[in-house]
Design a protein. Structure first.
Length: 128
């Protein structure tokens, strides 16, 4: 058997204000909180933990891409919750068996977040 790493267990992001960030990730984008102590809070991303750690100043993190079944419905729901999109849903790439769509937004600390949909070929979502 050949050794290989596979599934991620946890992603860490630094934030300036843990209360503000935790409210955003729980109440605005709907992640399930796992536990919180001291200057860290953990959320479930369908089996991958997201750790938010309060530090001053926070460092920028790698973008997080959230897979959604319907990018238009997800974007509309987030807009209703106060999220402003830097880039609305748009085609990223035509793949052999699907089309990749994304929509970009940021969290309160300026971390880049995205919705991502692997859509059927030639899918055109309705306007947001």
């Amino acid at each position: 058997m050949t050794f290989a790493l596979n599934r991620l267990g946890q992603i860490a992001m630094q934030v300036a204000d843990l209360d503000r960030a935790a409210d955003f990730y729980q109440d605005v984008i709907g992640l399930r909180p796992l536990f919180r102590f001291d200057t860290v809070a953990f959320f479930d991303c369908q089996g991958v933990r997201l750790m938010l750690e309060q530090v001053d100043p926070p460092a920028r993190a790698s973008p997080l891409y959230f897979t959604v079944a319907d990018i238009t419905l997800a974007a509309r729901e987030l807009i209703a919750r106060g999220v402003m999109f830097a880039d609305p849903p748009h085609l990223i790439a035509r793949m052999p068996d699907h089309d990749l769509w994304m929509a970009i937004f940021v969290d309160p600390d300026g971390h880049i977040l995205a919705l991502m949909q692997e859509a059927p070929k030639d899918y055109v979502p309705p306007p947001v």
